[in-house]
Design a protein around this ligand. Structure first.
Ligand code: ADP
Length: 612
C-alpha cells in the first residue's frame, strides 16, 4: 500500500519546546527512556480498562506488555507497547500540540532552568518530546484499538513539523523507533538501557522486555513490611511514582487493619512544581485495591491541599469497580481520606522536630499547609501547629510555631498579635510594633499576602484570637511604657485632636490619643470595621472602585513634634495645617495606605522653605 504522506506543522509552543529540548538540554538525556516507557504503560493501563467493557478490540489477543529493542548496528532503539494506540486525529492532537494550558509558562520555566532540569519535561506532561533529546529522526508506528482503525506512521525530525502516512501490518498500540544521533549512540546498547530501566521503570505494572528478556519485577513494595524495604528501593519507587529523578524529602509508609485495611506509601517531593506558575497540579497519590490500579489520579481521595504528595494508597475495602465519578461521594473513600490526612499531619508534626529539615520543607511547601488551614475545617487545628512565623522574639530567619508562641505569651494575654509586611525590616520600621515591644508582647511577622486570609480563617489558636496590630480595636491600655518627657495636658491634647479632625477631615475618621506610640508622632490605624491595607491593595488590583481611605489617627502627646504642633496651631496656622497634613500622610505611607503621594510633594517643598 502506498499513500502520500501528509505534512503538518507543529503548534508554536511545541516548536519552542523542541528547540529547547534539542539545543539546550545536554544532561540527563536518559530520561527519554523513562518518559516513553511511562507513556507506554499509560496506554496499556487504558487498554486494560477498555478490555473490561469493550468486545470489539483490534488485536484483542495481544498481551499487555512493553517490548524494547536496541540495535547498535543500525543505532536505533525501539519502544513498543500493545496499548490503545492512536488514530490519525489523536496523533495530530497528542504529538503536534501541547494539550494543557499554561504551556507557554512551561516553556519559559524550562528556558530559565537551563540544562539543569530536563526532569521538568516529565513533570509537566510533555514527555514524548524528550525523544528529540537523542534523535532527529523519530517514527511512531501505531494502530488504534478501534477495529476499523488505520495502520499509521508518524515521523518527524523535531524541527518544524511532522508527517503522517498509512503503512502496513501494524500491531495494536505504538511502536516508537528512534534513530539515535551520533553523540547518543550509547542508548543503542542493551546494558545502558537495562541500567536506566532498573533505575526508573522497575515498578511499571506491565512486563517490560529488553531484547526479549524480562527486566522489571513488578513489586508492590507498599504491601511489604517496612523492615523488608531498603532506602534504595523506596527511592526507586518514588522516582517511578512521582515521575521524578530526585530523592524525596519525606516518606510515610503506613499500614492499618482497622478501621480500614490500608497500605499506603506517600512521599513529599523536593520541589513544589506549582511555583512555576501553573494552576493546581493533579492529585499524585494513586488508588489501588490489592495491587490493582483503580485510579492513577483520584480526585477526593485526599484533600485538595495534599495534592503535592506522591505515592500509592492501597485498600482492599475499596470495591474494584468503583467509578471515578462516584469516588468522591463514597463514604469509604471519605474515611480513607480522613485517616490518611490525620496520619500525615501527625507524621509531619513529628518530623518537624528536626527543625532544619522541616524548615526546608516549609519554605517550599508552606503554601499547601496554609491552604489547608484556611480550607480544611476538620484538620484546621492540627494543621495550625505546622505553621511557622518569624516574630518580634525570634532572630531574623528563625521561626516560631503557634504552640511556642502560646507558651511564651503573658498569662492574661487574650490575643495572638501579628503584622503583615513585605519583610522583617519593613515591619520593624513600622510605627505599630513599638508599643508591643515596649510591653513585651510578641508579634508574629507575616510576609505573604495570604497569611492574613489564613489567620482570619483560623480565627483563634489555643483560645487566643488572632489580631493584626494595625487595628484600632487592639486593647493596649495596661502597663503603658514609661513615657519619656512631659506630655501635652489633657485639655491641650483634646483641643489638638479636635483641630486635627477638622483639618484632616477627608482622610481621618477619628483622631485620638493613646498608649501605643513611643518614638513616632502618629500612627494610622485600621478602624475595627475597616478593610486592612493588604485587602485594599488586592481589591484595587482587581480594579474595584473603592471609597477613599479613612483611618483612625492616633497621636503621641509626648512627642516633641506634636507638642510643637499644638503651639503652632495658633501662632502659625498655615504652617501648622501643612505639618498636620504631612504627619497624616507619613502615617498613611507607613501603613501602605497613601493613595495620591503627589499631593504631598509640593507641601514638602513649602515646608522645606520654612526651615531653611
Ligand atoms: P503526557 O503523557 O504527559 O500526556 P506526552 O507528551 O508524553 O504527555 O504524550 C502526549 C500524549 O500522547 C499522551 O497524553 C497520550 O495521549 C499520547 N501518547 C503518547 N505515547 C503514547 C503511546 N505509547 N500510546 C498511546 N498514546 C500515547
Amino acid at each position: 500500500m502506498s499513500t502520500t504522506a501528509e505534512k503538518h506543522t507543529f503548534q508554536a509552543e511545541v516548536r519552542q519546546l523542541l528547540d529547547i529540548v534539542i539545543n539546550s538540554l545536554y544532561t540527563d538525556k536518559e530520561i527519554f527512556v523513562r518518559e516513553l516507557v511511562s507513556n507506554a504503560a499509560d496506554a496499556l493501563e487504558k487498554m486494560r480498562r477498555l478490555q473490561l467493557k469493550e468486545n470489539e478490540v483490534f488485536d484483542d489477543n495481544l498481551d499487555l506488555e512493553i517490548n524494547i529493542t536496541t540495535d547498535d548496528t543500525a543505532n536505533t532503539i525501539t519502544i513498543a507497547d500493545y496499548g490503545i494506540g492512536m488514530t490519525e486525529e489523536e496523533l495530530v492532537e497528542n504529538l503536534g500540540t501541547i494539550a494543557h494550558s499554561g504551556s507557554k509558562a512551561f516553556v519559559e520555566a524550562l528556558k530559565s532552568s537551563g540544562d539543569k532540569d530536563a526532569n521538568l519535561i516529565g513533570q509537566f506532561g510533555v514527555g514524548f518530546y524528550s525523544a528529540f533529546m537523542v534523535s532527529d529522526e523519530v517514527k511512531v508506528y501505531t494502530h488504534s484499538w478501534h477495529k476499523d482503525g488505520k495502520h499509521l506512521c508518524w515521523s518527524s525530525d523535531g524541527k518544524s513539523g511532522y508527517e503522517i502516512e498509512e503503512t502496513e501490518g501494524q500491531r495494536r498500540g505504538c511502536r516508537i523507533v528512534i534513530k539515535l544521533r551520533e553523540d547518543c549512540e550509547e542508548f543503542a546498547k542493551k546494558e545502558r538501557i537495562e541500567g536506566i530501566l532498573k533505575q526508573y521503570s522497575n515498578f511499571v505494572s506491565f512486563p517490560i522486555h529488553l531484547n526479549g528478556d524480562r527486566v522489571n519485577k513488578i513489586e508492590a513494595i507498599w504491601l511489604k513490611s517496612k523492615k523488608d524495604v531498603t532506602d534504595e528501593e523506596y527511592n526507586e519507587f518514588y522516582k517511578f511514582a512521582a515521575n521524578a529523578f530526585d530523592e524525596p524529602r519525606y516518606r510515610m509508609h503506613f499500614s492499618a487493619d482497622a478501621p480500614l485495611a490500608i497500605n499506603s506509601l506517600v512521599f513529599v517531593p523536593q520541589q513544589n512544581t506549582e511555583k512555576f506558575g501553573f494552576g493546581p497540579t493533579d492529585p499524585g497519590v494513586a488508588l489501588y485495591c490489592k495491587k490493582v490500579l483503580i485510579d492513577p489520579e483520584p480526585k477526593g481521595l485526599l484533600p485538595e491541599w495534599l495534592r503535592f504528595l506522591k505515592g500509592v494508597i492501597d485498600s482492599e475495602d475499596i470495591p474494584l469497580n468503583i467509578s471515578r465519578e462516584t469516588m468522591q461521594d463514597s463514604a469509604l473513600v471519605q474515611k480513607l481520606n480522613q485517616l490518611i490526612t490525620k496520619c500525615f499531619i501527625k507524621f509531619l508534626e513529628s518530623e518537624s522536630k528536626d527543625e532544619e529539615k522541616y524548615l526546608e520543607f516549609y519554605k517550599e511547601f508552606s503554601r499547601f499547609i496554609k491552604e489547608g488551614v484556611a480550607t480544611d475545617r476538620t484538620h484546621q487545628e492540627q494543621l495550625a501547629k505546622l505553621l511557622r512565623f518569624e516574630s518580634s522574639m525570634t532572630e531574623k530567619g528563625k521561626t516560631t510555631s503557634l504552640p511556642e508562641y502560646i507558651d511564651r505569651a503573658k498569662e492574661d494575654q487574650k490575643q495572638i498579635f501579628f503584622q503583615l509586611g513585605e519583610s522583617r525590616e519593613a515591619i520593624e520600621a513600622s510605627p505599630y510594633l513599638e508599643a508591643f515591644k515596649a510591653r513585651g508582647l510578641e508579634v508574629l511577622f507575616c510576609f505573604e499576602g495570604i497569611d492574613d486570609y489564613v489567620l482570619n480563617n483560623l480565627v483563634k489558636f489555643g483560645e487566643k484570637e488572632f489580631t493584626s496590630i494595625d487595628r484600632s480595636d487592639v486593647d493596649l491600655d495596661d502597663s503603658a511604657p514609661a513615657a519619656e518627657g512631659e506630655a501635652l495636658s489633657e485639655e491641650d491634647t483634646k483641643a489638638l485632636c479636635e483641630w486635627l479632625q477638622t483639618t484632616l477631615e477627608s482622610k481621618v475618621e477619628k483622631v485620638q490619643t493613646g498608649q501605643r506610640l513611643v518614638d513616632k508622632p502618629a500612627v494610622a490605624l485600621t478602624p475595627a470595621h475597616g478593610m486592612n491595607p493588604q485587602m485594599r491593595q488586592m481589591m484595587q488590583a482587581m480594579q474595584n472602585d473603592l471609597p477613599p481611605v479613612k483611618v483612625e489617627l492616633e497621636i503621641n502627646p509626648r512627642h516633641d513634634l506634636i507638642k510643637k504642633l499644638a503651639a503652632a496651631r495658633e501662632s502659625k496656622p498655615e504652617v501648622a495645617a501643612a505639618v498636620a497634613k504631612q504627619i497624616c500622610d507619613n502615617a498613611l505611607l507607613s501603613a501602605g495606605l497613601l493613595e495620591s503621594p503627589w499631593e504631598m510633594v509640593d507641601r514638602v517643598y513649602d515646608l522645606m522653605g520654612e526651615v531653611i
